[in-house]
Design a protein around this ligand. Structure first.
Ligand code: DI6
Ligand code: FE
Length: 411
């Protein structure tokens, strides 16, 4: 066998079977061979077949995991919402602020006012913070444009970030995120615009890999959401849903009815919705940053998800209003402390299950021959450390599609 790169003397958390209580799929004293953009071989070093490698690097016992995957972000936006944070600390609720014309709509104003170059520069800086922590794949949503030109602008910026090559970028059109001010009192007319104009144009330009919506009292009804999903299906795109974040809207069941890739947040989902997700293969995406930052009290139904065997993903929900974070590792810690998840579940949540939430489970999220050579290398003694530290960054190197994106260790 002729390989481009051979990594030896490492410990691999392959994540095979992980999240099902099978451990991290760990291989002690492992070797990992890369050819081109893919993993060519992985196993115990003692079992290495006869080979040549253009380069061999000893990792000195470091741990290797799949590159981390953040499967739910709103990374491209203008402005910030620090002032709204102060209002909330003074007693106003997230919903109060949204109803008073602030909230998402204030970020819409700032995003519309920003040029494409400005949005690209600010999002690029944020993405660099995430990739420094071992991220190799990210999903980025629109939803702060809320008209044809500005939704397209946000999605073009997300695609441009993908062309930078440091992370694989999956884009999601979230035009049904909030009601733009010019449609006040005319939500159905705005949904007409989304279905008749925005989604078809976005698909024609190849700008979206999926469609999302926010079904909530302060956003869109289940009926309006269903119209958006029907259009997505007609256009051939998979769907995802911001479901039951602030109240039980039957969102989990609605997402399942459309075979959604994921239902996200789901703090308030009922057991019938969780059972429907299990039947449709819909992934639960849990977002502890938003839970923490909004001081939410209702914990997502983790025990029900376990009982119904719904795979759980963890994500930053990185956005200026409800989860202004640029640390996926911090979300692992919060998922353990706030949601009582195990470190193994949370690591599966940012690898294998996050890949599934993006429809990428056949190529990403595990260390396996044939899978993408997306690897994160860690200065840790055991995988649980990834959810243990509150801040700090033990990432020692990142390989993405077989190329070094960062490498901070001496071979
Ligand atoms: N739920 C969220 O947590 C984000 N979007 C959504 O539908 C928040 C977006 C924001 O407040 O700007
Ligand atoms: Fe979100």
């Amino acid at each position: 066998m002729a390989w481009d790169l051979l990594l030896t003397e490492c410990r691999a958390a392959t994540m095979e079977g992980a999240g099902d209580g099978a451990g991290y799929g760990a291989i002690e004293d492992a070797a990992i061979a890369v050819s081109g953009a893919r993993i060519a071989w992985i196993g115990r070093r003692a079992d290495l077949p006869k080979h040549t490698a253009k380069e061999t690097i000893s990792l000195g016992g470091r741990w290797v995991t799949p590159g981390l995957i953040d499967c739910h972000t709103h990374l491209v936006f203008g402005g910030d919402r620090a002032q709204e944070f102060e209002l909330r600390l003074g007693g106003a609720s997230y919903e109060d602020i949204a109803k008073a014309g602030g909230g998402i709509v204030s970020t819409v104003k700032a995003t519309r006012a920003a040029s494409e170059a400005e949005l690209l520069e600010s999002a690029r800086g944020r993405l660099a913070r995430l990739t420094a922590e071992g991220l190799t794949t990210i999903e980025i949503k629109s939803g702060y444009g809320l008209d044809l030109a500005n939704e397209m602008k946000q999605l073009r910026v997300a695609r441009a970030l993908g062309r930078d090559g440091n992370a694989a970028v999956r884009t999601t059109c979230l035009a049904a995120h909030a009601l733009p001010p010019e449609y006040a009192g005319r939500a159905d007319a705005y949904i007409d615009l989304v279905c008749n104009d925005i989604l078809p144009a976005v698909v024609a330009e190849g700008l979206a890999d999926a469609v999302d919506a926010f079904s909530e009292r302060i956003a869109f009804t289940p009926e309006q959401t269903a119209r958006v999903f029907d259009t997505a299906k007609t256009l051939g795109l998979p769907v995802k849903l911001h479901a039951d974040q602030l109240s039980d809207m039957g969102g989990a069941a609605l997402a399942a009815r459309y075979g959604a890739l994921s239902a996200d947040h789901i703090e308030y989902s009922a057991e019938s919705g969780i059972a429907a997700m299990a039947a449709s293969g819909t992934i639960a995406v849990l977002l502890p940053g938003a839970f923490y930052f909004l001081r939410e009290k209702q914990v997502p139904p983790v025990d029900l998800l376990r009982r119904h065997k719904v795979p759980m993903a963890i994500s930053t929900d990185s956005n200026p209003g409800s989860s202004p974070t640029l640390s996926l590792l911090l979300m692992l810690n919060m998922a353990c402390t706030l949601f009582r998840m195990t470190p193994e579940e949370t690591l599966a949540g940012v690898t294998r299950n996050a890949a599934a939430a993006l429809g990428m489970g056949a190529t990403h999220g595990m260390l396996r021959a044939g899978y993408a050579a997306d690897l994160a290398i860690w200065d840790i003694a055991r995988p649980a450390e990834l959810s243990y530290w509150l801040g700090g960054n033990p990432c020692a190197g990142v390989l993405r599609a077989g190329r070094w994106v960062g490498r901070a260790f001496q071979a």
